[in-house]
Design a protein around this ligand. Structure first.
Ligand code: XUL
Ligand code: CO
Length: 441
């Protein structure tokens, strides 16, 4: 493949250490550094979200885009998509991200028929395959955009019109084909419009049944083409729909179990979706990990004062350290990674801003990873929690956990000579101070 011309007037980002004053350098993320027998690049598995980094324009409901990129000109949309992809791969390499993620319609323009859209996709996927080969950048996950086109205004798999369901099925079939073709390690289902606006026009039971039928078809199709990537559900409570069926991890687990799908799915947890559901990021990770269903992370943050999906880069090391403790304790993300589903603010119009944004996110995650490893190695929180539940390690506590106790046996104990249970402090403030000491010394 011929050497493409450079689109960014910025060199590859180097690690310069915490004391560096260079804003275009990593201070904490050193991709080559070996930690616990693996490189930091292997631990973090950072991924760039194509839709924000290369399709984001800064448009919002009150005004058009502000961000103009040099490669976005030309009449033929497929040719523009190829040049855009050249720029994207240049960025992936310069920012030292080993992975990227896309929706089908991010990478290739939608045609006037589904067949034409598929042809456009094939042309771009061939280009992506060549770029992946030339650069070594890999596909973390693919997905289908089943929410932008007006045909999906009332949902895709939960649309009241079976024709739209069929269209969505055909689109996901193709998106899975190309994800497999590009070696995608996961496939994501985010149901942006799989919910409802008003129950006055909605049969909730039928819609949930249809969504489950759709996911079963996806599982069957993956098996038929021998696609081995992990399926991931990305929960979000609302926006764009008022109520979304995959509200949060807990309701996702209930849904998957209700319909016999739990073996095939894990969760892609997004920070801003967690907070929209009224949870912390850490909570959602713990709920998924508790059922061995932690899959991947969409790394971003919301603005808690705004309460909508602002998709900002996360630089809150405290929040990320808590998340990392849970992720590491769960044994990591497996085939998942940290995908920056985050966008530049509307006035951040320079190409350089794309670098600052990702450097900040990567450094914050790398720092949190290291602090979390230290916290786990010292084991102070682990010991505190283990001691707190120690009464279940032996005696009648153990019997409760082993299913050997019942109301009669426990009544005997409660009426016996133990007296009143002795209250013990939860020591929250002590633990918060301990956390601060790891973060700030
Ligand atoms: C929307 C969102 C999506 C998914 C992929 O809130 O997070 O971009 O990550 O469809
Ligand atoms: Co997301």
């Amino acid at each position: 493949m011929k050497k493409a011309r450079a689109h960014f007037n910025i060199p590859a980002i180097a690690y310069e250490g915490p004391k560096s004053a260079n804003a275009l350098a990593f201070r904490h993320y050193n991709p080559e550094e070996i930690v616990g027998g693996k490189t930091m690049a292997e631990h973090m598995r950072f991924s760039i979200a194509y839709w924000h980094a290369f399709r984001g324009t800064g448009a919002d409901p009150f005004g058009p885009g502000t961000i103009v990129r040099s490669w976005e000109s030309g009449k033929d949309p497929v040719s523009v998509a190829k040049v855009r992809m050249d720029a994207a791969f240049e960025f992936f390499q310069k920012i030292r991200a080993p992975f990227y993620c896309f929706h089908d319609r991010d990478i290739a323009p939608e045609g006037s028929t589904l067949a034409e859209s598929n042809r456009n996709l094939d042309a771009i996927v061939a280009h992506a395959a060549a770029l992946q080969k030339a650069t070594g950048v890999k596909l973390l996950w693919g997905t289908a955009n089943l929410f932008s086109n007006p045909r999906f205004m009332c949902g895709a798999a939960t649309n009241p019109d079976a024709h739209v369901f069929a269209y969505a099925a055909a689109q996901v079939k193709k998106a899975m084909d190309v994800t497999k073709q590009l070696g995608g390690e996961n496939y994501v289902f985010w149901g942006g419009r799989e919910g409802y606006e008003t129950l006055l026009n909605t049969n909730l039971k039928r819609e949930q049944d249809h969504l489950a039928a759709f996911l079963h078809m996806a599982v069957d199709y993956a098996r038929s083409i021998n696609f081995k990537g992990q399926f991931l559900i990305e929960p979000k409570p609302k926006e764009p729909t008022k109520h979304q069926y995959d509200f949060d991890v807990a309701s996702g687990i209930a849904f998957l179990r209700t319909y016999g799908l739990e073996k095939y799915f894990k969760f892609n947890i997004e920070t801003n979706h967690a907070t929209l559901a009224g949870h912390t990021f850490n909570h959602e990770i713990e709920v998924a990990a508790s059922q061995n269903m932690l899959g991947s992370i969409d790394a971003n943050a919301g603005d808690l004062l705004l309460g909508w999906d602002t998709d900002q880069f996360n630089t809150d090391v405290r929040e990320l350290t808590l998340a990392m403790i849970s992720i590491l304790r769960a044994g990591g993300l497996g085939t998942g990674g940290f995908n920056f589903d985050a966008k530049l603010r509307r006035p951040s119009i320079d190409a350089e801003d794309l670098f600052h944004a990702h450097i900040g996110g990567m450094d914050a995650y790398a720092l949190a990873f290291k602090i979390a490893r230290q916290i786990l190695a010292e084991g102070k929180f682990e010991k505190f929690v283990a001691d707190r539940y120690a009464s279940f390690d032996s005696g009648f506590g153990r019997d409760i956990e082993m299913g050997r106790a019942n109301f009669r046996s426990l009544e005997k104990i409660a009426l016996g000579n133990l007296g009143e249970p002795k209250p013990k402090s939860g020591k929250q403030e002590y633990l918060e101070n301990l956390l601060t000491s790891y973060l700030h010394g």
